[in-house]
Write a protein that binds this ligand. Structure first.
Ligand SMILES: [Zn+2]
Ligand SMILES: [Zn+2]
Length: 824
């Protein structure tokens, strides 16, 4: 064994050996329980960052641990490799997106990820921008089209009038084009949609079954799906033939409506303002609001703004005229694009009414009967009794909801309805670097899907990316022009590509049989591996990616390809890596490059630090001292093993005969603690702490050398155990120590140690003795000492006697096995 821990040599050697012996290659083995551990695959931007290091280190500890526990572990990695940055690089530097992407992948895989010693089965690498993958996106699209789950409709896009092109949301910066700073407009285009709403009910219902997901993520999914049960009510509008329909979940407050708010995009707007003196101001307001981001508009913190249209609606319940406003917080996508506003009982409406001096009317009175619009400081949203509500006065509002809904339906001015916030998923992108949508338009036959045998529809290479003009694929004549698969006549191809979220919606299935060229994946292989036992990734994917992946899994199930309902059984959303109090970012100048750490300290230190500094779900604060501490810890372990490597070389590890020995006991306590911490929500930080404590104990134990056979055997088992326990965290390091202490096999293939319950039964316990809550002494007592005996021992302690001075104490509190507090 070498005296010095040379991480570079050690890490290179073991990465080579693992690769040569294909240590982490897996195949389906029905004899073994399977475990599928998956980290969200990265976009090949060119460099990994510390967030990746953390994400993959977490997944790697879990995978290696489960392997040692006897599971057949699938732990794959791949590339979410279609997307805008490659196209932007092409526009800026003239490199083809394929070249840029594949070079980035090669660099990140070979020069970065492989240096981290991650236990991936690289033979299963999946790259979504390759034909072998995206042809199955197209195949799935056609299956969905055949079932009515893919369809076309008009929808708004961001449009730059001077580049004459559609912009992705990321290309719109403060309402301006990222390239030329023109004001971005909204334009309607025919676009493809996936009918995710057909699965809304099931996607919602299953959130209750995903017990291995963080509650926070489930809540975000539920809110996004946004089921609400309520009533749609028709308000007539003075001087306008059409009725204005609103949706409300609070029909009990219908008598409290003092104004209406409609979305700036509402189709009735023009007829409302026609001939009104407010018309021009309203149009200017609408133009301005339409440029704002929709998500921001509905954000609670966003400034609520509105303008009176000059029009009045009539409340069908009490025939009152109420003014109609346009509000920036109303979206056309939700409900009917119009809402009734009840400021007394809705906080947003309340603030809006105060801002624009609109009347407030209480229609739900509280138990104290003291709600008065003149003195209210906020909306009253709790239960109460209906007042100012015509025939419903005196009705408890809970009952009132049903009663008013009945009444509205009887009067035929409205109907009960269920409303969803979830919209169908628009997948058309007017971009180049994505999966071509496999559709052909024929003058005679209309919309015709590409025949399966003609897949893939390949991305053409003769496309000049300029960032201007129509969809890049439309520029390629050879791509655009084709013949109709049905009638053989002249036809043109769809030139839009798919949203890249399509790629990541089923890649976890592809890993099960990544080279399958007959199907998106092999049903039997997926039957063995799926579902993913542990999925790990950032909270920023809590809504869209996870929801789309759940949707695809259900569609694929209904296509008969897979017998499961959900893709991910357990989800871990790791926190961010922050430095100086902020997320690492170029603009803040607080980025730590993983390459720097890998070169200066090595992968095992980088891994150990990122696992030790915080539990996985919390944010990790970068600390140079922390990295240094992890590095020193590895050296400390190396040093003690080196010092005793000869003492223990041909010694058999201790067994039951060593049960009274304190290092033997510590060894088994540590096995128990580390195992429990990993099993208990992956608390790697406390597991690593326990390893550090054990190393301290080993130093203590060996201060005066090891002389007896028993001591040598105990030390041998301590070294072996420590090496095994540390191996998921610092795998190269552990392999090297394992080999250096005479083990012929790789540690990656060793079983996880088991603790000896007899060895850890405490023979003695330490009891803290307090007087009036202050620590005054410590007692060492036999384990299991009764409270009475512990009390007697505490009172007999000379330090305690100084305070009691022979008098009986006022009170004694005993915490079994831990503490005695004497009150004098
Ligand atoms: Zn532009
Ligand atoms: Zn045709």
């Amino acid at each position: 064994m070498e005296e010095r821990y040379d991480f570079k040599k050690v890490e290179e050697r073991w990465q080579r050996l693992w690769q040569e012996s294909k240590t982490f290659k897996v195949t389906e083995d029905p004899a073994k329980p399977k475990y599928y551990c998956l980290e969200m695959f990265p976009y090949p931007s060119g460099r990994i960052h510390m967030g990746h290091v953390r994400n993959y280190s977490i997944g790697d500890v879990i995978s290696r641990y489960k392997r040692m526990r006897g599971f057949n572990v699938l732990h794959p990695m791949g590339w979410d490799s279609f997307g805008l940055p490659a196209e932007n690089a092409a526009i800026k530097h003239g490199t083809h997106p394929a070249k840029w992407t594949l070079e980035n992948i090669a660099f990140m895989r070979d020069k970065q990820l492989k240096r981290l010693g991650l236990s991936y089965d690289w033979d299963r690498e999946v790259t979504t921008c390759l034909e072998e993958y995206y042809r199955w996106n197209q195949w799935l699209f056609i299956k969905m089209y055949e079932r009515g789950l893919a369809y076309k409709k008009l929808s708004y896009v961001n449009w730059c009038p001077s580049c004459n092109t559609v912009l992705a949301n990321e290309q719109v910066e403060d309402g301006l084009c990222w390239r030329c700073s023109s004001v971005v407009q909204h334009k309607e285009l025919e676009q493809w949609f996936f009918k995710i709403t057909a699965y809304a009910e099931e996607l919602l219902a299953y959130t209750d079954k995903l017990t291995g997901w963080p509650e926070r993520v489930l809540t975000m999914q539920r809110n996004w799906i946004g089921k609400s049960v309520g009533v749609e009510v028709d308000f007539s509008v003075e001087g306008v033939g059409e009725k204005l329909a609103i949706f409300t979940t609070r029909p009990d407050t219908l008598y409290g409506v003092t104004f209406m708010s409609i979305a700036p995009e509402h189709p009735m707007l023009e007829s409302l303002i026609k001939g009104k003196r407010e018309a021009d101001d309203v149009r200017a307001f609408v133009q301005r609001v339409m440029r704002e981001d929709k998500a921001a508009r509905t954000d609670e913190a966003h400034e609520k703004e509105g303008i009176f249209t000059g029009a009045y609606a009539v409340n069908p319940l009490n025939n009152e005229r109420v003014p109609v406003w346009v509000g920036n917080f109303v979206l056309m996508e939700y409900g009917t694009g119009a809402i009734m506003s009840v400021p007394a009982h809705d906080q947003r409406d309340f603030e809006f009414a105060k801002k624009y001096t609109i009347p407030v009317r209480v229609v739900i009175q509280n138990a104290e009967k003291n709600l008065d619009p003149a003195t209210m400081k906020e909306a009253y949203i709790a239960e109460g009794t209906m007042v100012n509500s015509g025939p419903f006065d005196g009705t408890p509002n809970g009952k009132g909801k049903e009663a008013v809904a009945d009444y509205v339906e009887r009067k035929k001015t409205g109907r009960r309805t269920v409303n969803w916030r979830l919209r169908d998923w628009g997948i058309s992108r007017q971009r180049y670097w994505g999966t071509p949508i496999p559709i052909i338009y024929c003058e005679k036959c209309g919309v015709v899907p590409v025949a399966e045998k003609n897949l893939p529809v390949k991305l053409p290479t003769d496309v000049a990316l300029t960032g201007k003009g129509q969809s890049p694929l439309a520029e390629s004549k050879s791509f655009r022009e084709t013949t109709c698969p049905t009638c053989g006549g002249k036809a043109r191809r769809e030139t839009d590509t798919m949203d890249t979220f399509v790629d990541s919606s089923w890649y976890f299935l592809r890993y099960c049989s990544p080279r399958d060229d007959k199907a998106p994946f092999d049903k039997k292989a997926a039957g063995y591996w799926m579902s993913v036992d542990q999925y790990i990734g950032g909270i920023e994917h809590a809504v869209l990616h996870l929801l789309y992946a759940r949707f695809f899994t259900k569609v694929i199930r209904d296509l008969g390809l897979f017998n499961g309902d959900e893709p991910f059984l357990n989800l871990l959303t790791q926190g961010m890596v922050i430095k100086d109090g902020a997320k690492m970012s170029k603009s803040k100048g607080n980025v730590v490059d993983p390459d720097f750490i890998l070169t200066k300290y090595g992968a095992d230190t980088a891994r150990l630090f990122s696992l030790f500094a915080a539990p996985p779900e919390r944010d990790l604060e970068w600390s140079d001292q922390g990295v240094d501490g992890a590095y020193r810890f590895l050296h400390r372990v190396w040093a003690i093993v080196y010092r005793h490597s000869r003492d223990v070389l041909n010694v058999k590890p201790a067994g039951a005969e060593a049960r009274g020995d304190r290092l033997y006991r510590k060894t088994h306590l540590t096995i128990k603690k580390v195992t429990e911490d990993i099993e208990r929500e992956f608390h790697f930080n406390t597991a690593i702490s326990a390893l550090m404590e054990m190393v301290n104990e080993m130093y203590d134990y060996t201060t005066d050398g090891v002389s007896t056979d028993l001591q040598r055997a105990v030390l041998r088992s301590a070294i072996d155990t420590l090496t095994l326990l540390i191996s998921p965290f610092a795998p190269h390091f552990a392999e090297e120590l394992w080999a250096s202490t005479g083990h012929p096999a790789h540690i990656a293939n060793e079983p996880w140690p088991q603790h000896d319950p007899e060895a850890i039964k405490a023979s003695e316990v330490t009891i803290i003795v307090q007087v009036n809550g202050k620590v005054r002494s410590k007692l060492t007592l036999p384990a299991g000492t009764s409270d009475k005996d512990a009390e007697a021992a505490a009172l007999a302690d000379p330090k305690v006697k100084e305070f009691t001075r022979g008098n009986p104490p006022k009170k004694v509190v005993v915490v079994q096995g831990k503490l005695v507090n004497v009150v004098v």
